[in-house]
Design a protein. Structure first.
Length: 258
């Protein structure tokens, strides 16, 4: 599978039309999510910054549209193929909405340092529910193989996520440093697949249309719980797992087993 080879080599690959049959369902889910935000919902703009940058995660169990696409859609099979994994476990869902005229970019970051899971078999799908050009996802090819992970930061406060960040490298500037940035104009239902270790970000939405995106985080056979220097995001308090444990099935269900 050519896409799987690209994914494992570069840490990112474009899958045209992966969610094409589920765009309307996901749009309905995003509408419900924004009308009924969950406990992790955030507004990511400071006073005086124009537009609106909303995000929320971990809502699949209360948003039936999300659960239907996760369980019955194509993501699990695609994830197994890309990761080379027999099993696929759900980690969490994530909605990101930039209204027209939202200049604030999504900061460059890797997902892995925010999470309490480690392993080579991880994948995130980022799928726009509106046509995107300039505000598309941007990923740095090969960054999943860097010897040190990037220090996570808080998007609104712009502060370090962990007090002890000595094991992490500072956030780089891929544009200034001439890194290999992969980005594509995308249609609703297209998807970018990337590993938890792939550095990624997005420009602001300066267009006159919304940019709604649905993201899905999945893990495979080798994913294990790992302790971080502080509370993770998502926090999942009271999970009871110890380093080296597989993610608990009652919280992170297996959605495919080959």
């Amino acid at each position: 599978m050519e896409e799987a080879e690209t994914f494992r080599r570069d840490g990112v690959v474009l899958l045209r039309g992966l969610f094409a049959d589920h765009v309307e369902t996901l749009r309905a889910g995003v509408t419900r999510n924004m009308a009924e935000p969950g406990p992790h919902a955030a507004e990511n703009l400071k006073p005086g910054e124009g537009g609106r940058f909303f995000d929320d995660y971990c809502n699949w169990s209360r948003i039936p549209e999300f659960e239907a696409v996760i369980r019955d859609g194509p993501a699990a099979r695609a994830a197994a193929d890309l990761m080379g994994s027999r099993t696929v476990q759900l980690f969490h869902d994530h909605v990101l909405v930039k209204e027209p005229g939202t200049a604030k970019p999504t900061p460059w970051h890797q997902d892995a340092p925010y999470y309490f899971v480690e392993g080579m078999q991880t994948v995130s799908f980022w799928s726009p529910l509106d046509p995107v050009g300039d505000a598309t996802l941007r990923c740095v090819a090969g960054s999943h193989r860097w010897p040190r992970q990037v220090l996570p930061t808080r998007w609104l406060a712009e502060t370090d996520f962990y007090a002890d960040g000595g094991d992490y490298m500072p956030v780089p500037d891929p544009d200034a440093e001439g890194m290999d940035i992969r980005e594509w104009p995308m249609e609703p239902g297209d998807a970018v697949a990337f590993t938890f270790g792939t550095l990624h970000g997005a420009r602001g939405n300066r267009s006159d249309t919304r940019r709604r995106a649905f993201s899905l985080r999945l893990v495979g056979d080798d994913a294990r719980y790992v302790a971080r220097p502080g509370p993770t995001s998502p926090p999942f308090p009271g999970h009871g797992m110890q380093p080296g444990d597989r993610l608990r099935e009652d919280w992170f269900p297996t959605i495919l087993h080959r």
